[in-house]
Ligand binder design. Structure first.
Ligand SMILES: [Zn+2]
Ligand SMILES: [Zn+2]
Length: 144
């Protein structure tokens, strides 16, 4: 055992660093460098292995990016459909005579959707969801 800094052999000693759950002394071995006056704990528990890397369930790739997005979980319960009547409004403006003349072509010109006004009431609840995206195959899945 040699010093990391100066390369000299270390003096090995032991030292009590604490007591364990059974009240027994915990003795660690130390290496001393007299030159650098540095002490190393030789019995420090090995650094725990890195947490397992997330892998793509599809292709097994580890090149994964994370993305936070808001996902709508609940719309307000009340949705109201209100009917618009463009024909009637137009009729009032043009008078009865104009309305009769206009009616034939107007239906065709009016897009179906514009006949209704959709009014949503209540709040929209969103939830933030973490999504993992595989850079290899493009697959994505939710992470909790
Ligand atoms: Zn040294
Ligand atoms: Zn993949």
């Amino acid at each position: 055992m040699h010093c990391d800094k100066c390369g000299r052999p270390l003096r090995i000693g032991t030292e009590q660093v604490g007591i364990d759950e059974r009240n027994l002394p915990v003795i660690h071995r130390f290496g001393y460098c007299d030159n650098c006056r540095v002490k190393w704990d030789l019995d420090l528990p090995a650094t725990p292995p890195a947490p397992p890397q997330m892998r793509c369930p599809r292709c097994g790739g580890t090149n994964i990016q994370f993305n936070l997005e808001n996902v709508v979980t609940n719309y307000g319960s009340r949705t109201e459909m209100r009917k618009k009547s463009p024909i009637t409004n137009m009729g009032n403006a043009l008078g009865r005579k104009g309305m009769i003349l206009a009616t034939g072509g107007l239906w065709a010109l009016t897009p179906k959707k514009s006949k209704y006004n959709e009014i949503q009431r209540g709040s929209v609840q969103t939830q933030q969801v973490k999504t993992a995206i595989c850079q290899c195959c493009g697959g994505s899945w939710r992470v909790f």
